[in-house]
Design a binder for this molecule. Structure first.
Ligand SMILES: Cc1ncc(C[n+]2csc(CCO)c2C)c(N)n1
Length: 234
C-alpha cells in the first residue's frame, strides 16, 4: 500500500517530532512563553494560507463528497482550530487578537510556498500528500501523549492534547486515515513517477512540520526582519 510506504519512510521524521522539546513540553506541561507566542503568531498566518489552498483544491474536483471534504476542512480550520491557539494564549497570558498580525517567518513562508507548489501541479494526489503531514503528525502526537497519560487535569495543555486526539474521532476512522485511503485510491491509477512526486511532497511537508516546532522553540525569524517591517510602513 502506498500510504504504508509514506508512513514507513516518514518514520524517522515522526520520531523526531515526538522527541522535539516543544512537543515534549506539551506533554510535560511546560513550554517557554516566547515559544508559545511565536507558534501562535506563525500558525495563525499558516492556517489562513491553508484555507486558501483548500479552497483552490475544490476547483479541481467534480465529486460532491470530495468537495464536502475540503469544505468541512475549511470550516474546521476557521471555527475549531482556533481552540488550540486559545489554549497556548491562555498559558502564555496573551490576547489572541494581538498575535494575528505577524509576518510569516522563513520556515512558515517555505511551508506555505510548498503547499502552493503542490496545488500548482494540479494533481489531487500531490495536494493530498502535501496536506496530509498536517493532520497526520498532529493526530500521532496527540494519540501518543494520550497513551502516555500526559492529558492529566493538572497539565495546562490537557485540552490541546484532547483536541487533537478527538478532532477526527467523530467516526471509527480518523481524518488522517481517511486521507490515507483517498491517497491510496489515487495512487493505484498513478505512474511510478507520479507516486514519487507525491512522496516528495509528503516527506517535505513532514520535515516542515518538524521545522515549524523548531522555529517556534528557537524563535527563528528573518535576519533582516526590521527591513521587511519598515517596508510595510513606507
Ligand atoms: C503547522 C501546523 N500543522 C498542522 C496543524 C494542525 N492542523 C491544521 S488544519 C488540521 C486539520 C484540517 O486539515 C490540522 C490537524 C497546525 N495547526 N499547524
Amino acid at each position: 500500500m502506498f500510504s504504508e510506504e509514506l508512513r514507513t519512510q516518514a518514520a524517522p521524521i515522526m520520531t523526531a517530532i515526538h522527541d522535539h522539546a516543544f512537543v515534549r513540553g506539551i506533554a510535560d506541561g511546560y513550554v517557554p512563553r516566547e515559544a508559545l507566542i511565536f507558534y501562535v503568531e506563525q500558525d495563525f498566518q499558516y492556517l489562513s494560507e491553508f484555507i486558501k489552498i483548500y479552497a483552490n483544491a475544490i476547483t479541481k474536483l467534480t465529486d460532491r463528497n470530495e468537495m464536502k471534504f475540503f469544505a468541512d476542512s475549511i470550516d474546521f480550520i476557521l471555527n475549531s482550530e482556533i481552540h488550540p491557539h486559545h489554549v497556548f494564549c491562555e498559558v502564555a497570558g496573551v490576547e489572541y487578537e494581538r498575535l494575528q498580525h505577524a509576518t510569516p517567518t522563513p520556515k512558515a513562508y517555505l511551508y506555505e510556498s510548498h503547499m502552493y507548489r503542490a496545488a500548482d501541479t494540479g494533481s489531487l494526489l500531490n495536494i493530498l500528500a502535501a496536506f496530509q503531514a498536517c493532520p497526520w503528525t498532529y493526530n500521532e502526537i496527540a494519540k501518543k501523549q494520550v497513551r502516555e497519560k500526559a492529558n492529566t487535569n493538572d497539565n495546562p495543555f490537557k485540552s490541546w492534547i484532547d483536541f487533537y486526539d478527538n478532532a477526527d474521532d467523530d467516526s471509527e476512522v480518523s481524518l488522517s486515515d481517511k486521507i490515507f485511503e483517498w491517497i491510496d485510491r489515487l495512487a493505484e491509477n498513478a505512474t511510478t513517477q507520479q507516486r514519487q512526486q507525491a512522496k516528495q511532497f509528503f516527506l517535505k511537508s513532514c520535515e516542515l512540520e518538524w521545522q515549524f516546532w523548531e522555529q517556534a522553540y528557537h524563535q527563528e525569524d528573518w535576519r533582516f526582519k526590521d527591513v521587511l517591517n519598515q517596508a510595510n510602513t513606507l
